[in-house]
Design a protein around this ligand. Structure first.
Ligand code: IFM
Length: 451
């Protein structure tokens, strides 16, 4: 069923934009003094990434950023969310700034500002300097301290030109895919370590927010990936699986940041794995350092069942309803409204930005066009879901489509395309897809209302 949003449903200052992440688009992984990240190391291990792909070239954004910003301007985007590669700023994760790395982001930001596009920065989108992983990675407390140092250095150089700062992108993925299932870098299989990683990621977030404040940043927060969790039936065992999945996916991150404590039921669930000995007095307060904005990444809904699932949840996620995306993910815009309303109802009325939302489909360029009907429908219906949330009183302030460009989709390599702009990886030619044109038209009509 087609659901088309009304631009008038969004406030005048609503930020419509698109998002990317450094390792997924930049390429040039050894240029400008960049150090090695865990993703360089992980991608080099045979069998870890589909087709042996790596981020070495990616969408070559490092060399093409001016053209890419021009493309964003042509599309009428109001904001661009990108991430900074920590190993470009501190090649080994410690010590002084690598000026060449910083200069790249200064130039990018200046180009955005010159084109009237609001820059939105994420400090950590998964590319941990490899030396820090060798020293223990996120399960080690020192990584949180190093992250705060990196945030301090970066904000010292860029806070005069960037208003919006996100500390972490999707700490759930960094902790559980990186240290428990091993599907992502650094590829470890240690469930206890993954819980320590959750704690130190969140601690690093709190310390980083404090560092950002020292540079006068007034719009700081983190981005979490949230899923509504629906039990497949009302069998008590299924309801308990749903509670546990919701606990690990959503509340384990939202509660400490917005309520100041880990949820007691999740602590109890995790007791066989960890005694939380990594917690120190004062950590809970640091993690709950007030934030100004909450970033929410939404892709799909989880359906809980009792079939065995590997990993710490020990529950199960049932198959999707309806036609899934190329990732196998259920398409459900109502889940976006639901999760946004839940934050207002269960937590508080914090300004929220949807910092990622999008879908992968098997696109084809035909006569210079990509007729991605399903993605267009996906985007339109999810933007409409944002309007529904606003109508229900959610202080939603912006929406970023994932992604501006087709890019390196982590363990899936280049096989999954999420872009509103198609990238031909052989030639690096960019082709705006029909979904990108639809989004650009919508953003333009929203802008025109303000004239
Ligand atoms: O590509 C990723 C992104 O890096 C983080 N959020 C989900 C996207 C799609 O899987």
């Amino acid at each position: 069923m087609s659901q088309r949003p009304d631009p008038a449903a969004f406030p005048a200052d609503f930020l419509f934009g698109a998002a990317t992440a450094a390792y997924q688009i930049e390429g040039s992984t050894t240029a400008g003094g960049r150090g090695r990240s865990i993703w360089d190391t992980f991608s080099a291990i045979p069998g870890k990434i589909r087709d042996g792909d790596t981020g070495e070239v990616a969408a070559d954004h490092y060399n093409r950023f001016r053209d890419d910003v021009k493309l964003m301007a042509d599309l009428g985007l109001r904001s661009y969310r990108f991430s900074i590669a920590w190993p470009r700023i501190q090649p080994g994760g410690r010590g002084p700034v690598n000026q060449q790395g910083l200069d790249f982001y200064k130039q990018l930001v200046d180009e955005l500002l010159a084109n009237g596009i609001e820059p939105w920065v994420t400090l950590y989108h998964w590319d941990l300097p490899d030396e820090l992983e060798q020293a223990g990675g996120w399960p080690a407390r020192e990584t949180a301290e190093r992250f705060a140092e990196y945030a301090d250095l970066t904000a010292g150089a860029l806070s005069d030109r960037i208003r919006f700062w996100t500390t972490l992108n999707e700490p759930w993925c960094s902790a559980f895919l990186g240290y428990a299932s091993g599907e992502h870098a650094p590829g470890r299989h240690d469930q206890a370590a993954s819980i320590a990683a959750v704690h130190h990621l969140l601690l690093g977030h709190g310390l980083a927010v404090q560092a950002l404040r020292g540079h006068g940043v007034e719009q700081a927060g983190l981005t979490v990936n949230l899923y509504p969790v629906t039990p497949v039936d009302d069998d008590p065992a299924v309801l308990d699986v749903a509670r546990r999945i919701d606990g690990l996916q959503n509340r384990l991150f939202l509660d400490p940041v917005l309520k100041g404590a880990y949820p007691e039921d999740v602590r109890a669930d995790l007791a066989p794995l960890t005694d939380f000995a990594f917690e120190r007095p004062g950590d809970a307060e640091t993690i709950a350092t007030p934030i100004d904005v909450l970033g929410v990444n939404y892709y799909s809904r989880h359906r809980a069942t009792v079939s065995a699932m590997p990993g710490v949840a020990q529950g199960g996620v049932a198959g999707p309803h309806g036609d899934p995306t190329a990732m196998g993910w259920e398409v459900d815009p109502t889940g976006l409204t639901e999760i946004l309303v839940r934050i207002k109802d269960d937590y508080r009325e914090i300004p929220i930005y949807v910092t990622e939302n999008g879908s992968a489909y098997d696109d084809e360029v035909v006569d210079g066009a990509v007729h991605d009907v399903e993605r267009t429908e996906y985007v339109a219906s999810h933007v409409a879901a944002c309007a529904d949330a606003i109508e229900q009183g959610v202080p939603l302030k912006g929406y970023f489509l994932w992604s501006l460009l087709d890019n390196f989709e982590w363990a899936h390599g280049y096989a999954k395309r999420f872009g509103m702009v198609h990238v031909d990886y052989a030639t690096q030619e960019r082709t705006v897809k029909d979904s990108g044109r639809w989004y650009a038209d919508f953003v333009r009509s929203h802008r025109d209302l303000q004239r």
